[in-house]
Design a protein around this ligand. Structure first.
Ligand code: NAD
Ligand code: DAU
Length: 349
């Protein structure tokens, strides 16, 4: 059966992989990518699918309620997969209001537009909100985030995502809007913007620049290959239970310092450098304010209920990722010119 599916934030890192998954896997769906193209949005991420007949791009800002409603009335989507967001914790510390506007107001605008066009019949409709494990706050040395862990966000970014999650659930409970949520751990892979730890270190290794490690480097994140996140979104969008949230992860925890050392090891091999060369660039810098110590997702529910498992190990995914950056230095150079240089100076000097 043919469907119109709006994907927001489809020109960003994860969104572009979700758009590709849907455009290629579901030729009978019409995929409408709504993205305003902030610094993080890049249509080059979608070069290979932009001419497919079942794909359309609409440049629009989700903080503008009238614009969102107009687009929804034009395309009459059966489903919405909402990824558009301000996504970087460090930027949320310097500009929190932007995160409220995009992540909270933008989400509510999309909920309102969905409610308006679906009001006569919610049958067969679905609003899928893509969220993060950061809403749960931080763990100590042990334990995992389950879907029942109480929300306890610490950064303006995670507070804005937590707020958006609450609005999505409130629209389900108050108006009956058909929704699902996914709360995923840290993603990595091709097209990751080099403000985040892994692509920033890849870029700096290629340019012989310091690898900035916040605090003592013992902060722990749970990493998932981006295409495995896109697969999970596909699964939950189609098979998840109405009103439910699913944690997405691969039981793959790394302390930042160990991860960066593994990255250095693989980069040295691939670049034909003496083992240990890149690790000499590791530099401990001041800590991130409000830095969460540890994230770890319990992904039992999505595994048991929907049969989900990641497809690659971290070492494999990291190797594919490095190879992608080595073959796409033009992409990396494009996104690190201009404004990126100002951001980098303000953040690290
Ligand atoms: P990203 O920053 O790479 O991309 C965000 C996209 O949203 C960009 O294309 C940007 O242009 C677009 N956008 C921003 N503001 C907009 C606006 N006002 N109107 C329309 N479009 C706008 O983000 P990402 O890392 O791909 O994350 C995507 C989603 O997944 C976010 O909601 C994020 O919270 C969530 N998430 C990310 C991770 C991760 O590790 N990156 C993990 C879990 C969940
Ligand atoms: O957990 C999911 C979240 O993962 C997503 O919701 C966010 O959108 C995404 O940005 C990511 O947030 P993190 O803050 O965990 O990712 P980041 O890559 O910024 O940082 C990863 C870890 O590395 C974190 O402990 C901070 C540290 N770090 C980061 C940077 C950029 C450094 O030590 N040095 C750095 O320069």
């Amino acid at each position: 059966m043919s469907k119109n599916i709006v994907i927001t934030g489809g020109a960003g890192f994860i969104g572009s992989h979700v758009v590709r998954e849907f455009v290629l896997k579901y030729p009978d769906y019409h995929i409408i990518n709504i993205d305003t193209l902030t610094y993080a949005g890049n249509l080059a991420n979608l070069n290979d699918v932009e001419n497919h007949p079942n794909y359309s791009f609409v440049k629009a800002d989700i903080t503008e309620a009238d614009t969102v409603l107009k687009i929804f009335k034009q395309y009459m989507p059966d489903g919405v997969i909402h990824l558009a967001a301000e996504s970087h914790v460090d930027r949320s510390i310097s500009d929190p209001i932007l995160f409220v506007m995009t992540n909270v107001i933008g989400t509510v605008n999309l909920l309102n537009a969905s409610r308006e066009i679906w009001k006569d019949d919610f049958g067969g409709k679905r609003f899928h909100h893509v969220s993060t494990d950061e809403v749960y706050g931080t763990l100590g040395e042990t334990g995992f985030f389950t879907e029942h862990t109480a929300y306890d966000p610490h950064s303006p970014y995670s507070a804005s995502k937590a707020s958006s999650d609450h609005f999505v659930r409130a629209y389900h409970d108050t108006y009956g809007l058909p929704i699902v949520l996914t709360n995923c751990s840290n993603n990595y892979g091709p097209n990751h913007f080099p403000e985040k730890l892994i692509p920033l270190c890849i870029h700096n290794i290629l340019n012989d620049k310091p690898l900035p490690i916040y605090g003592n480097g013992k902060f722990t994140r749970d990493w998932l290959y981006v295409i495995d996140h896109a697969r999970a979104i596909d699964l939950v969008f189609h098979e998840g239970t109405d009103g439910e949230a699913y944690n997405v992860g691969g039981f793959n925890e790394w302390k930042n310092i160990d991860l960066v050392k593994e990255l250095c090891r693989q980069m040295d091999t691939k670049l034909g450098r003496l083992n240990g060369t890149s690790a000499q660039l590791i530099t401990f810098v001041g800590d991130r304010p409000g830095h969460d110590l540890r994230y770890a997702i319990d992904a039992t529910k999505i595994n048991k209920e929907l049969g989900y498992n990641p497809s690659v190990t971290f070492e494999e995914g990291l190797s594919i990722t490095i190879d992608w950056y080595l073959s796409n230095e033009g992409w990396l150079n494009d996104v690190t010119s201009g404004d990126y240089q100002n951001y980098y100076r303000n953040q690290y000097q």
